[in-house]
Design a protein around this ligand. Sequence first.
Ligand code: KIV
Ligand code: ZN
Length: 512
Amino acid sequence: MTDKLIIFDTTLRDGEQSPGASMTRDEKVRIARALERMRVDVIEAGFPIASPGDFESVKAVADAVKDSTVCGLARALDRDIDRAGEALKGAASARIHTFIATSPIHMKMKLRMQPDAVLEQAVAAVKRACKYTDNVEFSPEDAGRSELDFLCRVLEAVIDAGATTVNIPDTVGYNLPHQFGALIGNLIERVPNADKAVFSVHCHNDLGLAVANSLAAVDSGARQVECTINGLGERAGNAALEEVVMAVSTRHDVFGCNVDHIDRSQIVSCSRLVSSITGFTVQPNKAIVGANAFAHESGIHQDGVLKSRETYEIMRAEDVGWSTNRMVLGKHSGRNAFRSRLAELGVSFGSEEELNAAFVRFKELADKKHEIFDDDLQALVTEANLEAENERVKLVSLRVCSETGETPEATVTLNIDGEEKHVSASGSGPVDAAFKAIESVVCSGTELQLYSVNNITSGTDSQGEVTVRLERGGRIVNGQGADTDIVIASAKAYVNALNKIFTPEDREHPQV
Ligand code: KIV
Ligand code: ZN
């Protein structure tokens, strides 16, 4: 018997701190349900004080999720903790995660506080959080650059005050695996009441070491890892959940803990869902969830795998869900089949009208593409949500003309604030022409930072899923669009990004 490794997912909180990755309340609920299906232990749903929208999202996740603990982030401030407590009221199992920085540079330059005052504030925050739940986590932010003696004092004090989990963040991704492992080992050894709390780690990937550091910490006794799907997160991201889980399960021979409770077959679909909602696509050679992760190109490898798969495969693709993208529905499927497959994917509809609207889209898609896979259904729902949320600019129609040796032209009809506008433009390709036409009438003043197209399923009738990243005045948004016609998918993605940029955003960042 080995210990269970607690998997704490922060895709909805730290993941969302990636520029452009912000998610709507309904999207967060969809992802939370997927994480619950995967049997993730703790879902950090957001930072409730950040904005009314963030509060509502945490509340909605707390109300929807029953089998995982739902956690809300709070700075070590009364108002943050009270807001988190309020948002989590409906949770079957709630955790408050409070934090304050403990490194010399953060205390001096950011907080402008003396260490003793920081310690006092940490203890007060934990005590206040304990009024709402007995499941309280404390993080000394930038622990990876904090002084060991001070860290030990803070951890001892917060555990005495009631913290049941103490999380050690390498906030800036500065540590190396041997150092970080030693840090965790030292803390567990030196903090006198270490046995009263679970030691957790939270690693950022600035040096590409987030997973390696997390695993070194697990080897030294950490029993919770904080991570995100696809490694989404600020800057270079957080430790990738799928990598941590599969490393611990594949190498159970070396770790003193297990992830047997995690349903690994949900990994690929969850990865796809997060990438389709956030527009952060997964690189093909990404471990576990990249399209090439289990593909054997070289003849020698293929030959070996055919004779015995263990020659080159240390994991089975189907164990992480690669073959579960079932063809579920087609042109002749009815509304009930549609509704129940979506329910299995964790998608429910607020009203019959919403279901009907989605079903109409499904029929339109089934006319163009006769095999509809789970990923198609997820993209369809994502798109329905995008349109419902963002209404200022709508794409009414698009016509492109592209011919060998001729300059492509696009004619677009947009509905802007209720008024129809027609416009044409030419460009270096049909997508360029369509974007130029849209921009000539919208005049958004944005700069295109990224344009990417991915096929949702395989085959030439696959839908193309397009991400468009726009920047204006330092604010970055991602827009998504899907269609069997990639020029239309591109125009939808562009319009979606424009709608996001036109929606004012006023939310606080927890660490600023
Ligand atoms: O990276 C970090 O330090 C954090 C804390 C809030 C845990 O995200
Ligand atoms: Zn973080």
